[in-house]
Design a protein around this ligand. Structure first.
Ligand SMILES: Nc1ncnc2c1ncn2[C@@H]1O[C@H](COP(=O)(O)OP(=O)(O)O)[C@@H](O)[C@H]1O
Ligand SMILES: [Mg+2]
Length: 240
């Protein structure tokens, strides 16, 4: 079987308990679901339901305390931390609510960083960073520092950074949570376009029903469990 036949990501009985000494908080309870190549999935649920914890685990930023996560059919529980970091760097792009840009690097420097970590030569990564920044409409802001960018521009830089290694999987945690509604809409449209017609898989955690409207599939989490997983029949499709 080739990797194309397998789900991009598969969670099998994933549980997570945070151990805070005296107190243990069981945050995820036996989560099973898988995402196919090219799918655009929204994960919705109330604050505190475990969405960010789930995204950290799917993104190999944290390990489950029960169950396992398969990426392209490969069991991540058997991998070392270094192997996980490498797998993550090559296959997964992240977009966060608070952007998580390096304040001391320019927009271009932030986009180049993941490529630098993967050992891409400097000329190639600069050329590529410029090209991606152009594709998100930020050619004129390349040399700006994050503090010299608006919220929407920062999020576009972070989308550009997520795209740097051409990852098969993009994970976004409340990407519009810190933006006004107009800017948020632009960012949503950009994320929705990323998934169009390609092999790229997109998972977005959101409170924002406009984002959920764009997704092909909506997974609802409540108290650390999947309570519904359905196709989005009323999907809004963005045109290029
Ligand atoms: N690192 C952590 N240590 C202890 N508890 C945590 C940690 N991260 C999250 N939690 C708890 O796990 C629960 C789920 O949090 P989270 O995954 O952030 O939910 P959501 O993203 O849906 O708001 C919350 O009760 C939160 O307080
Ligand atoms: Mg969260």
């Amino acid at each position: 079987m080739s990797s194309v036949d397998r789900p991009v990501i598969q969670l099998v009985g994933v549980g997570k308990t945070y151990d805070m000494g005296e107190v243990k908080a069981e945050v995820l309870h036996g989560i099973d679901f898988s995402v196919d190549r090219g799918e655009f999935v929204a994960i919705v649920g109330a604050s505190g339901s475990g969405k960010s914890t789930l995204l950290q685990i799917m993104g190999l930023l944290d390990r489950p305390t029960k169950g396992k996560v398969l990426i392209n059919g490969i069991d991540s529980s058997k991998m070392s931390d270094d192997e996980l970091a490498d797998m993550r760097g090559r296959n997964i792009g992240f977009v966060f609510q608070f952007f998580n840009l390096y304040p001391t690097l320019s927009a271009r420097g932030n986009v180049e960083l993941p490529m630098m970590i993967q050992g891409m030569p400097s000329g190639e990564r600069t050329r590529r960073a410029r090209e991606i920044l152009r594709s998100v409409g930020l050619s004129d802001k390349e040399e700006n520092m994050p503090s010299q960018l608006s919220g929407g521009q920062k999020q576009r830089v972070s989308i550009a950074r997520a795209l740097a290694m051409e990852p098969a999987l993009i994970l976004a945690d409340e990407p519009t949570g810190n933006l006004d509604s107009k800017t948020g809409q632009e960012v949503i449209d950009m994320i929705a376009r990323l998934g169009k017609g390609g092999n790229r898989t997109i998972l977005v955690i959101t409170h924002d029903r406009h984002i959920a409207e764009h997704a092909e599939r909506i997974v609802e989490i409540k108290d650390g469990r999947v309570i519904s997983d359905r196709k989005n029949k009323n999907r809004r499709v963005v045109e290029r």
